[in-house]
Design a protein around this ligand. Structure first.
Ligand code: PSU
Ligand code: MN
Length: 326
């Protein structure tokens, strides 16, 4: 392969060449973040949406719906994944279907990309690995649910997500509902500060707590609109051209768990995970599944709502950035 394992879809390449808005989407949420099984009853948040049909795996419906939301708001979606050893930027429907149903699909963090490509594997890319693809392709906007960060009890495990390092060295605006509420959010903000990554609240002055909605930790930068967010990124990149930005958009309030919803469970779960020997890259998927089970699916509902809203916001910011540049 002339470009090594990197494979950029024609539509994405064309949009980038013409300065049209492109939004990257990750795929670890598809392979490891959401249930592979069709929901027995559809979550209320999507019960009437066409992409969520009965019998279709929930993770697949969500990926298709995120791509559709990006398009509805004027963007070109680029779902990133490792497919048969290629780092794809822009997956086909067939790629998404394979990832959604393949139980052997791996979870690719930055360190895994080379070995997985050499072994011609299939994998969902985490935020960190998706950022690598964005950097190579020149994509500036990327929507996800909640980034990985500093895990509770990290002093014992040194479990810090590779998402943090990738944000520090890739000039991409990641639009997320903060970091996952199962993490140590205060320590995660400290780590981002140390790495020089601005965390900008979109119409909020606190760090959102993923499925738990608006949080309580203060942020040092806030913008009112996607247009202002694009301006803030442009100023940031004119000074720090290789550093990422975290744009924090809280879970829509009607879908958020009551405050403390999943973070209240998190200390207990972190201890349980350690006792059960859950380690390494299995920790995050295990914690998310446990929270979903113990909130009787409410966290799933919130997770889907925030993923779709982040895709919408990312498309709006990418669109504003493309207009300002032109
Ligand atoms: N956001 C979600 N659900 C997820 C993830 C993010 O709403 O499952 C994934 C992302 O791919 C993120 C990863 O990069 O979890 C973090 O895993 P770890 O803590 O092992 O770095
Ligand atoms: Mn980890």
């Amino acid at each position: 392969m002339a470009n090594g394992p990197l494979l950029i879809a024609d539509e994405v390449r064309d949009a980038l060449a013409h300065g049209r808005p492109v939004v990257a989407l990750e795929s670890a949420v598809l392979t490891h973040g959401l249930p592979r099984e069709p929901a027995t009853g559809l979550p209320p948040v999507v019960a009437h949406q066409p992409d969520f049909a009965r019998g279709v795996p929930l993770n697949l419906s969500l990926s298709i719906a995120m791509e559709r939301v990006v398009r509805t708001h004027g963007g070109v979606p680029a779902t990133v994944a490792v497919i048969d050893g290629a780092l794809k930027v822009g997956c086909t429907r067939g790629d998404l279907e394979r990832l959604a149903t393949d139980r052997d699909a791996r979870k690719a963090s930055v360190r895994d990309l080379g070995p997985l490509c050499a072994a011609r594997s299939c994998a969902g890319t985490t935020v960190s690995a998706t950022l690598v693809a964005c950097g190579l392709a020149g994509i500036r906007h990327f929507a996800t649910g909640g980034i990985g960060g500093v895990h509770r009890g990290f002093a014992q495990t040194l479990d810090l997500s590779a998402d943090l390092g990738a944000l520090a060295r890739t000039p991409v605006c990641v639009i997320s509902s903060g970091a996952k509420s199962i993490l140590d959010l205060k320590a995660t903000l400290e780590a981002l500060e140390c790495l020089g990554v601005p965390v900008i609240g979109l119409a909020t002055d606190t760090f959102p707590e993923f499925t738990d909605g608006a949080g309580s930790l203060p942020l040092h930068a806030t913008v009112a609109t996607p247009h202002d967010a694009a301006r803030a990124c442009r100023a940031h990149w004119s000074l720090l051209p290789s550093v990422g930005v975290l744009l924090a958009n809280p879970c829509p309030a009607v879908h958020a768990l009551d405050h403390g919803g999943s973070s209240i469970l998190a200390d207990e779960l972190a201890a349980e995970a350690m006792a059960a020997g859950i380690e390494g890259n299995l920790v995050t998927p295990w914690l998310l599944a446990q929270v979903a089970a113990r909130t009787k699916g409410q966290s799933l509902d919130a997770n889907i709502a925030l993923l779709l809203d982040n895709a919408r916001c990312a498309a709006l910011v990418a669109d504003a950035a493309s207009r300002d540049a032109g």
